[in-house]
Write a protein that binds this ligand. Structure first.
Ligand code: ZN
Length: 328
């Protein structure tokens, strides 16, 4: 019996499998860990395994097919509707759980972002935990158990998830995306052990942006502002300027980390040699000052300043800070 498609969290998968084999599955689990590390994927594979007619996630039996098509009637997923999980969602769930499972050996209810149960929904949900329906496993997921009512916390068996390892992430990315080696290295370090929604698309844009911005920063000393105006205009038209600002912040933060000899969490860790070289050229104050300027530029744009002017002004000020010269 294996969770054949799940990458990472091997010891948790083993623990769940063993508990299931021993027929000691509790009525409710609370899974605690960062978003984007594969908790939902593990839950789905676990539900599929428990209900597979061969208990092996065979992908051929009726139950597996329904899971693979995302329409198994006994796998219920509750997630926030807007800012919270609403009372109506819990009432609908209670009505549904009153019925017998349609097919399942073990019906499963997954509550994503359980900390977004509002007080009314949480109290209603508590009734399900107090009188769990037969053959039903409830799994709540959260990033922070302290945000849940203690009465809910105390009725769940807790399992803590760690971020994915680099090796797991590499396998996951190789399996699901075609990335060139340089982009893959950047995506791996940018991921910091997790892959959030839309992450790959964003990381790929940032990886391309990095090439352009690093070239810009290297040539800023000698080039004229006019040479960058066209590029800035292009970014603004394509709505890429937030990525430019995000990359600038990441790069400056990395330089500061390297200067302070605390390379943990460095995003551009695949470019450590270049970071070390550049970090020797500027003081902590200059880097911090530049970082603050980028943040101010972001805030100015959010407050409806002209994007082109704000970005050009940022470059002028960075050139002054870095080299004490004016771009004209
Ligand atoms: Zn199957």
């Amino acid at each position: 019996m294996t969770f054949t498609n799940v990458i990472g969290h091997g010891s948790i998968a083993q623990q769940l499998e063993y508990t299931y084999q021993q027929d000691r599955i509790p009525s409710a689990y609370l899974f605690i860990g960062l978003e984007g590390i594969g908790k939902s994927t593990l839950v789905k594979a676990f539900a599929q395994m428990m209900n597979c007619q061969t208990h092996d996630n065979c992908h051929r039996c009726d139950s597996c097919r329904m899971f693979d098509n995302g329409n198994h009637p006994d796998f219920h997923v509750i997630k926030p509707d807007g800012q919270s999980i609403r009372i109506k969602q819990i009432h609908d769930l209670i009505r549904h759980l009153d019925l017998k499972p349609a097919y399942a050996v073990k019906r499963l209810v997954l509550v994503k972002e359980a900390h977004k149960l509002n007080l009314e929904s949480a109290n209603s949900f508590l009734k399900i935990l107090e009188e769990p329906p037969l053959n039903t496993l409830i799994i709540l997921m959260t990033t922070d158990e302290n945000l849940l009512l203690e009465t809910i916390n105390s009725r769940c068996q807790k399992i803590y998830f760690s971020p994915l390892t680099s090796e797991d992430l590499r396998i996951l990315l190789d399996r699901n995306y075609q990335l060139d080696p340089a982009t893959l290295d950047f995506v791996l370090s940018y991921a910091q052990g997790r892959i959030r929604k839309g992450f790959i698309e964003k990381a790929t844009i940032l990886a391309n942006m990095r090439i352009q911005v690093l070239h810009m920063l290297k040539t800023l000393k000698t080039e004229k502002l006019y040479d960058y105006s066209l590029l800035i205009d292009q970014w603004v038209k394509q709505n890429l300027h937030p990525f430019f600002l995000e990359f600038c912040m990441a790069w400056l933060r990395d330089l500061l980390s390297v200067r302070r000899q605390s390379p943990m969490g460095v995003i551009n860790s695949d470019m450590m040699d270049e970071l070390e070289d550049v970090s020797t050229c500027f003081s902590d104050e200059i880097l911090q000052w530049s970082f603050d300027l980028v943040v101010e530029t972001e805030l100015a744009i959010q407050s409806n300043a002209s994007k082109n002017l704000a970005l050009e002004s940022l470059l002028i000020q960075m050139k002054q800070i870095f080299w004490g010269t004016l771009v004209v």
